[in-house]
Design a protein around this ligand. Structure first.
Ligand SMILES: NC(=O)c1ccc[n+]([C@@H]2O[C@H](COP(=O)([O-])OP(=O)(O)OC[C@H]3O[C@@H](n4cnc5c(N)ncnc54)[C@H](OP(=O)(O)O)[C@@H]3O)[C@@H](O)[C@H]2O)c1
Length: 307
């Protein structure tokens, strides 16, 4: 896969990236986990599995790796893999996120898996934790699921801290989720701290069932932001047509990198094939017919059980 810039940032990505949400902790909302991961969800088993899939991802040309403080031990597994492979920081682009804390105590059926906190104190605590694991590898730091309700985009103290982190050399982004993604993206595009927008990238859900963020992502890309697509397979709902679903996401001219959330080497290799199968415009138009109303899509997603 040819490398390209992540928007106007200095970071480089291949068209497909790899996210560790489904592999860094024992439970997650993606479908079919019992079949794909089996019952051994011990730390050792998931670290071994992460390393296998990360090896396959790197060998297939993937260069962007996406973690978060709340993905269990995702940062730790990524860090141990980077060191085991003896990769230098400039060989990969690594992103993580702050704003949720993992509280699942390594239980698949934990009553609560993550707790949201978009305060300045949480940012300061979590950037220190992320840096402790990822050190010089950490390139991109994102607000995890920024919303209008959390007030994070109006919090001058948090925004100033993000601006300072940007000045220290980190690339700063946000991820969004839910039926109001487009509104949050547009609000974030308008943020200024002493005349400068601290944000340089956005990570959003776009898939054939839920494409409503598309126009706002085009605006973000036009503003020079890097655009990272997550949940291209709708948490596994589109897994039976994974290559077409990922190729459709890549067909958006504003999409810099589309994340694979694979948990097996076979899934990863299948997902990556999407980069070599461009879709004809009339095929993309035909596929667009399966889109659902955004409210309905997110209501269904909110009912997915952790398994
Ligand atoms: N708010 C946020 O910032 C946020 C939220 C969500 C995700 N993300 C990021 O986006 C990444 C991707 O998200 P996601 O994992 O939810 O996305 P997804 O691409 O919608 O779903 C991935 C799931 O699809 C299934 N799958 C993939 N390829 C398959 C194949 N060939 N055959 C059968 N099943 C297949 C696997 O599920 P099973 O193995 O379980 O069947 C896999 O875990 C995450 O890792 C994370 O980095 C960020």
């Amino acid at each position: 896969m040819a490398l390209r810039p992540l928007g106007a940032t200095a970071l480089e990505v291949a068209p497909i990236g790899f996210g560790l949400a489904a592999i860094g902790r024992p439970g997650y909302i993606t479908l079919g986990r019992e079949h794909d991961l089996g019952s051994d969800r011990s730390v050792g088993a998931l670290e071994g599995r992460s390393h296998e899939v990360l090896d396959a991802a790197y060998d297939a040309g993937i260069r962007y790796f996406d973690a978060a403080r709340s993905y269990g031990f995702a940062e730790r597994f990524l860090a141990s893999w980077l060191r085991r492979r003896e990769l230098t920081p400039d060989a990969v682009t690594v992103g993580s996120k702050w704003g949720y804390t993992y509280v699942g105590a390594w239980q698949v059926d934990a009553r609560v898996n993550e707790v949201k906190d978009h305060s300045l104190a949480a940012l300061r605590r979590q950037i220190a934790e992320s840096r402790a694991w990822l050190g010089e590898y950490l390139d991109l730091y994102q607000i995890h699921s920024a919303t209008l309700e959390s007030g994070v985009l109006d919090d001058h103290a948090v925004l100033s801290e993000l601006r300072a982190l940007r000045d220290s050399g980190l690339t700063i982004g946000l991820s969004v989720s839910g039926p109001r993604q487009a509104e949050v993206i547009r609000r974030a595009l308008a943020v200024r701290v002493d005349g400068v927008n601290p944000f340089q990238s956005v990570q959003a859900t776009w898939n054939l069932l839920e494409p409503s963020a598309g126009p706002s992502l085009a605006e973000a890309h036009d503003a020079g932001w890097g655009v990272i697509v997550k949940e291209a397979l709708a948490n596994g709902r589109l897994a039976s047509m994974d290559q077409i679903a990922i190729a459709a996401a890549l067909a958006n001219p504003w999409a810099d990198v589309v994340l694979s959330g694979a948990v097996t080497v076979d899934q990863l290799r299948s997902n990556v094939m999407a980069a070599t199968m461009p879709l004809a415009p009339d095929h993309v138009a035909e596929l667009a017919r399966i889109a659902e109303p955004a409210e309905q899509y997110w209501k269904e997603r909110s009912q997915l059980a952790w398994s």
